[in-house]
Design a protein around this ligand. Sequence first.
Ligand code: URA
Length: 244
Amino acid sequence: MKAMRLDKYLTKAEGMSRSEAKQILKKGRVTLDGERVTRPETKIDAETAKICVDGRPCVYEEYTYLMFYKPKGLITATEDAREKTVTDWIGEDARGLFPVGRLDKDTEGLLLLTNDGAMAHELLAPGRHVDKRYYAVLDGAVGEKEQKQFAQGLDIGEKRPTMPAVLEPALDGSEKYAVYITIKEGKYHQIKRMAKAVGRKVLYLKRVSMGSLTLAPELSPGQYRPLTEKELAGLIRLTRLERS
Ligand code: URA
């Protein structure tokens, strides 16, 4: 038995906000075991209830989603004989979870861990082009010329140039040569290789966002927490949107 309010169920299963859930309930678009329901506070058993929206069955599965501020020094894997992994660091709370995408050992920042394979697939699929944004400190200045090169795509030694990427100065910190870089792919060492292609070296790298998910300011390196309802709804919406 997994007792839950109907509006909460709809946010989880359909990736809508609570107010959207309330609206579709009010409009009579939702049925519970074949009967129309309109009250958001209706208690249901999420494991057995048959909920439909506009006659289409909803699928609800309980997954875990953790936002982790990966510190430097951990490798992005679930197991490694020699090195400490992100799941070793988190311990019991990461049991059965896997990281969505990879950050280098010396890269910090946002890492999503989940057991939701379908979502991971949608976020990582090369054809989906989910934005990944990084804060990088470089070893020297970059300007309009490099911005254009990033926007045009760079030769990093692959068959094809990289997809257009955004390079912006980071004016919010004290570092002189800090930039934000947004890429749509996730090739091995991609940011470092793109920087190298314009004659620069990355001295510090931190991922700040992935799609709609942004590294929470209250987290310090090494800390983690479950995604909020809103964050999860954003990812569900993003992956659904890009699926269609
Ligand atoms: N690009 C890199 O070079 N390293 C990372 O960890 C992520 C993106």
